[in-house]
Design a protein around this ligand. Sequence first.
Ligand code: MN
Length: 739
Amino acid sequence: MGEPSFALISDMLDLLSSFGDRYDIEKIKKAYLLACRAHEGQFRQSGEPYITHPIAVAQSIVELGLDTDSICAAFLHDTLEDCPEAVTPALLTEEFGEDVFLIVDGVTKILQIEVENREEQQVESIRKMMLATSKDIRVIIVKLCDRLHNMRTLGGKKNEDKQRSIAVETMRVYAPLAHRLGMQRLKLELENLSLLYLDPIGYEEVTKAVDARFGRSRDVLVGARKKIEEKLKESVVGFTVTDRIKSVYSLYRKIYELGKPFEEIFDFYALRIIVNTVEECYTVLGMIHELFSSIPGRFKDYINRPKPNMYRSLHTTVVSRDGIPFEVQIRTYEMHKTAEFGVAAHWRYKSGEKGNPYVDAQLAWIARLIESEENMDDPDEYLHSFKKSIFGEEIFVFTPKGDIITLSQGATVIDFAYAIHTEVGNKMVGAKINGVIVPIDRVPQTGDVIEILTQSNHGPSRDWLNVVTTSEARNKIRQWFKREKKSENIEVGKEAVARELRRLGRAFTPEETEEIILAVARRVGMQTAEDLYNTIGYGGMPVSRIAVKLRDESARVLKSQQDAALQTEQTDAAVLADFQENKPKRIKNNGGIVVDGATGCLVKFAKCCTPLPGDAIIGFVTKGFGVSIHKRNCPNAVKGVENPEQKGRWLSAFWDNQSASSLYEVTLSVLTQDKIGALAGITTALAEMKVSVLSLSTAPPKDDKALISITVGCRDVAHYNTIVSRLRTVKTVISVTRN
Ligand code: MN
């Protein structure tokens, strides 16, 4: 064989050249020549020269619209493995760059997967593939095209077992991957080809049934299509209508794996309408629903809620005049490209290029899969998680009578029960999967037969709200509680709100609590506190939604009382006189406190928190010692209010405006440097401010520091703050805190 010619790839080169300088034609030619030399003298089992295979793979890559490096890698993808003498990593890197080498290397490392024998091996291969792919998503795209050509030429393999095992692997690993990457066209072809080898008889049966049915209904469907096209012409510019018959494999799956009768498959025949804008999609949808009657429950808006693989379209199923149902898919050209080519459609020529959200999302998905795999020892678990991340949409399970129920992935048997009927869910007491009793939070798998055990006088449990994953089931459970258990809901809701209130770290009397809750209830559009409790109780609203409002309202309630207390100016002449005389003054017994609307009752200040005027306070009716006044954020008060045994003994209290003449004891801890004169500095400062010192003690110095405890007479919080600020300016003082 002399110098290889470009005859075999001349069409491809012409096509690529027509894009101007988008492709590096010389580099592609160089890759092709190296592949020809490396595979020289090698043949495929069919007898063809081996080079036909890399050419076909490169052709698929070109059709997907990938870049120069991907095309080069496609030509060279088998060289590292099959021709190690001729082609080395160093050579590839030197001649074609790091990217081409990494893609070829990645493809090479994905070894033949012996799926039939051991699941561990399958897992190992998937793991390798994912690791290789996570570096550059082009690895998996080249690998998928490689597999596509191998499947197209699988008939050339002599060994039937080998054919079968490759087909199984394609069905289990490659087709799902193509699906997950949104490469629909490739996925369908891989599935159909696999089926042809896995169940040739079933394949033929389905094909025949399709032909027969399509033959019967062809005229009707062609008529429907014409009608649609005429209608669209009136107002939509630049649309395309195509028709398609569902893929053999997807029909096969519905018929044989899910046991659906052929007649019930609505999307067997579909019309696809492609338009320019999203707006037109919805306009066209309206037109379709005007022309034909639609089948309820079959409309799906994948434009607003794209599938996990980014598929977007509107789907609806309508019925022709002759009663033949057919599906209509409506999408834009952009969406169509994504649907057909998936991740490849979004390729932007360079792997390193950041900021393509589509490619990033796909890579993130693969990275997550690898991450989850690292934390998993059990291959079954991994395989399950792999499948879940690929088929992340829905599972199909059966009732004991054989009806198919579709559930979203991750749904539990409770979701299943509610999917059958509300009453089945409400009366559920247990479940069997494939005849075995299972816990009610069990997540069934596709193909499971589920039997729900019920009891007539039974109701759902509130815990179920945390177990179910479908919004339908959650809503139905909430409705039941809303209807059946009002008084219980109110108790549950009340407790939840009380817990939330407790987190604010303040004590409230029952009256204040009522005021706060009512204000919050009004703010969320409810008339009474009961309504709010009830809604929270049956799960209609999470308590977290009112957390901020609770905080706001309680702050408001507290502040209005403090404001009232602080309004009086503290300028009583008698007070000033007292201070000037520097005469210690004891706290009055009922010193300026109003408890629950009545002044003059016996009050004392709690030792635990020694409140000052201006502090938010609350009163506690002691047994025989009058009312003891705590700060609202005193831990004892916060706890006490919640204590049912102390119910009714906590009263709202605030400072009486009229009795500002009292002095209140406050004990300060002053940490000072242990210097001679430190104490003198402090007492001088206090004297300058004419603060009455009620007692003073010092602890023995430690680490050159001394702690001085001073009890002073204070008018109110403002006065207290002045004292503390002044003390902090004394040179030797390190810190001042209130006991
Ligand atoms: Mn290959």
